[in-house]
Design a binder for this molecule. Structure first.
Ligand SMILES: [Zn+2]
Length: 309
């Protein structure tokens, strides 16, 4: 991605080097129980093919519908708990501060580009996009959803409306998941920002509201729709930066490869248990990313439509 020299977001909260201890009232087990209540899903009305953007407004205005599903405590891109991949020891990582500083700059540009896209989309629907803060941390930090550490993976916390990223995750993405490339990294960010959009449109709040009434299976099914919609939104963002001529040869493939690498079936080596199936298969993730990418239309991201997933 051609990102160097481009404007960076002012919403980056750099906490690297300020490791937080186990205090703060969260305790080590803080994350274990589902702090990041990934939120719920709102049903996005389908139809209205003419202006996909109109759907977003409709969604918000109408108040939306619902269905709930998923769970996923940390709303991690990569999964956690029993399904989480073995963590690469930090000592094996060659990352230097210089490398991470460059990554931090890259993240700043990517976030800025998401602000540009979603600012436009919301504006076209007579809404105002309030961008989230994006927290960069190393080792451990606190969030309104509990303590985050390297094993958390990138996630969005609806309670404080912030995205949390430990930059060492990118090394893991490259080595362990076989998903190298800066656009694979950009996809991860765009996906998490997609969850913030869902927060603003009411999808996540509705999910959290309904979740207690849902069975585990229904929660998981709902979670998959939420995750695939975030993938589709990441695709819409990729379409946007492509129109800006910021993509390099191979960028699209990098993102699709990443979506393939982190599907629930890949993370668990094909033995997905229903209770762990919260993000969708690799095929589903690639399909919804491509759908957003090829259409550039948020109206195409209605994973809640009957039969869509
Ligand atoms: Zn997600």
């Amino acid at each position: 991605m051609k990102w160097r020299g481009r404007e960076r977001s002012s919403n980056i909260e750099d906490r690297r080097g300020t490791t937080v201890g186990g205090g703060g009232g969260f305790g080590r087990g803080g994350l274990g129980y589902n702090p990041f209540g990934s939120g719920g899903g709102f049903r996005i009305p389908s139809g209205g093919r003419s202006s996909g953007l109109g759907l977003l407004g409709t969604l918000v205005a109408i108040g939306i519908i619902l269905v709930l599903m998923g769970i996923n405590p940390l709303d991690l891109l990569t999964g956690t708990g029993p399904t989480a991949p073995t963590q690469v020891s930090t000592s094996q990582l060659p990352s230097t501060n210089a490398t991470e500083d460059e990554l931090a700059q890259f993240v700043g540009v990517v976030v800025k580009e998401t602000e540009n896209l979603w600012g436009e989309v919301f504006k076209q629907n007579n809404l105002t996009y309030e961008p989230p803060k994006v927290v960069l941390f190393s080792e451990q930090t606190t969030s309104a959803c509990g303590i985050a550490d390297a094993s958390s993976g990138p996630f969005y916390c609806p309670n404080d409306q912030k995205v949390y990223i430990d930059l060492s995750f990118y090394e893991q993405l490259r080595r362990q998941f076989g998903a190298p490339g800066d656009f694979a990294q950009a996809y991860v960010i765009a996906h998490e920002i997609g969850h913030h959009v869902q927060q603003l449109t009411g999808v996540l709040p509705e999910f959290n509201r309904m979740r207690p009434q849902l069975s585990q299976g229904d929660q998981n099914a709902y979670s998959v729709k939420v995750e695939l919609q975030a993938d589709c939104y990441a695709g819409v963002w990729a379409n946007y930066v492509n129109q800006e001529k910021l993509l390099d040869q191979g960028d699209i493939e990098e993102a699709i490869n990443a979506a393939n690498a982190i599907g629930d079936d890949m993370l668990t080596r094909g033995t997905v248990q229903p209770r762990n199936f919260t993000h969708g298969t690799s095929a589903q993730r690639m399909a919804w990313l491509k759908r957003g990418l090829e259409s550039g239309d948020v109206g195409q991201c209605d994973t809640f439509a009957s039969g869509a997933v």
